[in-house]
Unconditional design. Structure first.
Length: 606
């Protein structure tokens, strides 16, 4: 999974525009800087925003920039803060006032967009209009649910996980200014965590509480993150390592920066993390034993909204559940064929055969796992390049992750920080490694996201990411690897691929089971244990990221369906590289808009 893609409709790391534009500064702080609060005025209408009367292209860029500058952390992650006149020295504003101001902004931009005559635009502009309209409309639909999620938890894409990853891995330290900016952001953690706690309190007041077992895991995670003194934590050691390779710093400057960082961690981060953990402890008695969002007020409507966002389709929970059951049966049949080719007994259960294949395929860990993943990326680049008309220049590197791994973080637009595939270094079955690699790196997340970011398109089409499109593409990449023969001499790897595809089908059943059908966590685990027991732990993921896991299978099947439509139209002249350009060449798209784009192509561009 792409770490930055699992927010509902993330613009970089944008979640409901929860961040603020701040004035540019010229030097780093020598004392704690102001907290990350909004400096902008109340939004009224398009005229006050400077987006009224613009031509379409100017409107797209100007209006989206108004959203982008409200996400300074996202701008830093993408390496484009300077393009917006900002330094990398402010954390996002997560205050209630700023969130509501952002909602006003989204409403105003959507209203102004709808003043354009869509059918009078050129065909490419109509796709841009449709995509932007879908995105903004979905954001506005979600305003009523602004406090229905629970953003602090134990898994990736939680507030706490994202902030630490952002500072230790994504924040640049390539100059003295960067180093000062890093320290400035450390000082702001306490204020930002205070905003997060305020948001949690608002949720509790509205009847939104975490699941009990997730609350316990979260407290443990927060305690682990802050265990030890300031100089032993990754916030300090990662900064120290990067300063050590920074040319031009004097020994005195390095010592001063490290002392300031330690002081900021001691006085800002550690008390804030302790306060966050203490708040989670204080509400533990309110935590729910129900696993699904049906426990929330308006929970049914909220889950329908999440499904719409994560799949970018009109499928309802019942249709998604049924689609999952159908695909579970399909993939099980394909697994049976794979086991027949291995000569496994037909009277054994698929669960037993998957366990046998995993044992026979062997395991790897540590440096050997990293070397294997690097070799797979190199091979994939050679094999897949002829199948693409577009190809990214930004490299992707393998980052060791003893904590688990299995996710991708995009690089900067200018390539100064490469895309990163975080690969687990713990003991792993060899049969699953190739498929995870193709999903996260080449030709999956890295290929798709890096291409999108360098296209000559409106900025929102380069940076707004839709879960069904992004995860659907990555699962399609796994299938493509099988189609080009990368598993022909690796029958165990093919079993690993099919096991992971079975997981994506199971997710449709379990996610909807938990959040629409009222399944308990134990019922969900029992279902997974009966089909794919090594992944039953993921039930906790589905509890904290409702709907997200449905995008994979739905997205892949939509891409495959559209590919067959184009193949049927073109017959023997079908060019898969041209099809990939068609899918990827308009940047990130909701699946419903991708369908429209392909339909226009098949109809001759009408």
């Amino acid at each position: 999974m792409g770490r930055s893609t699992t927010a509902l409709l993330a613009m970089l790391a944008l979640i409901a525009g929860a961040c603020s534009a701040q004035p540019e500064t010229t030097s780093g702080p020598t004392s704690p800087p102001p907290s990350p609060t909004s400096t902008s005025t109340t939004l009224v209408d398009a005229g006050s925003l400077g987006i009224e009367g613009l031509d379409f292209a100017e409107f797209l860029e100007t209006s989206f920039a108004l959203l982008a500058v409200r996400d300074p952390q996202g701008l830093t992650s993408a390496g484009v803060a300077s393009e917006h006149g900002l330094r990398n020295d402010k954390l996002n504003d997560l205050s209630d006032a700023f969130l509501r101001e952002t909602q006003q902004l989204e409403v105003a931009i959507l209203e102004e967009l709808r003043r354009f005559e869509r059918n009078e635009l050129a065909s490419a502009d109509r796709i841009s209009y449709d995509s932007y309209e879908w995105y903004l409309d979905h954001q506005v639909r979600g305003h009523r649910f602004m406090y229905h999620d629970w953003p602090v938890h134990h898994f990736v894409n939680s507030y706490n996980f994202n902030l630490l990853l952002f500072l230790t891995d994504e924040h640049p330290v390539e100059s003295l200014d960067d180093a000062q900016d890093y320290v400035a952001r450390l000082w702001q953690i306490a204020a930002q965590v205070g905003q997060v706690i305020d948001g949690l309190q608002r949720r509790v007041a509205a009847g939104i509480v975490p699941v009990a077992e997730i609350a316990d895991l979260t407290v443990n995670r927060l305690d682990q993150d802050a265990r030890g003194d300031a100089r032993s934590l990754a916030l300090y050691t990662s900064f120290e390592d990067r300063l050590g390779s920074l040319a031009g710093l004097t020994g005195e400057q390095t010592a001063e920066l490290l002392e300031e960082a330690a002081e900021a961690i001691e006085q800002s981060f550690l008390p804030a993390w302790a306060a966050l953990a203490d708040y989670m402890r204080s509400i533990r008695h309110l935590a729910s034993d129900q696993a699904g969002v049906g426990r929330h007020p308006d929970g049914e409507d909220y889950y329908a909204h999440l499904l719409r966002g994560h799949t970018s389709t009109a499928l309802d929970a019942g249709e998604v559940h049924e689609l999952g059951l159908v695909n579970v049966e399909r993939v099980q049949a394909e697994l049976r064929e794979a086991f027949d080719q291995l000569g496994y007994p037909q009277d054994a259960t698929l669960v037993d055969l998957m366990a046998r294949a995993a044992a026979e395929s062997g395991v790897t860990s540590g440096a050997a796992a990293i070397s294997l993943n690097e070799a797979l990326i190199g091979e994939a680049a050679v094999v897949f390049r002829p199948l693409f008309g577009l190809w990214p220049d930004t490299p992707v590197v393998v980052v060791p992750d003893p904590g688990g791994g299995g996710y991708y973080v995009p690089g900067t637009v200018d390539g100064s920080r490469p895309g990163a595939f975080y690969a687990g270094t713990g003991m792993r079955s060899l049969m699953s490694i190739p498929t995870i690699n193709y999903h996260e790196a080449v030709p999956g997340h890295h290929t798709q996201i890096a291409i999108a970011r360098t296209l000559d398109l409106p900025s929102f089409q380069r940076f707004v990411m839709y879960n069904g499109f992004v995860e659907g593409w990555a699962l399609y990449a796994e299938r493509l690897a099988a189609e080009v023969g990368l598993y022909d001499d690796d029958p165990y790897g093919n079993v690993g691929r099919l096991e992971l595809e079975l997981l994506r089908a199971v997710r449709l059943v379990v996610d909807t089971g938990i959040h629409a059908l009222g399944w308990s966590a134990d019922e969900a685990r029992a279902y997974m244990l009966s089909l794919i027991p090594t992944w039953a732990h993921e039930v906790q993921r589905y509890m904290v990221l409702p709907g997200q896991a449905t995008g994979y299978m739905i997205g892949m099947q939509e891409i495959l369906r559209l590919r067959e439509i184009v193949r049927d139209r073109e017959g023997e002249s079908f060019d898969i590289a041209a099809f990939h350009t068609l899918v990827l060449g308009s940047g990130n798209q909701p699946l419903v808009i991708l369908d429209r784009l392909v339909s226009d192509y098949v109809a001759g561009g009408s």
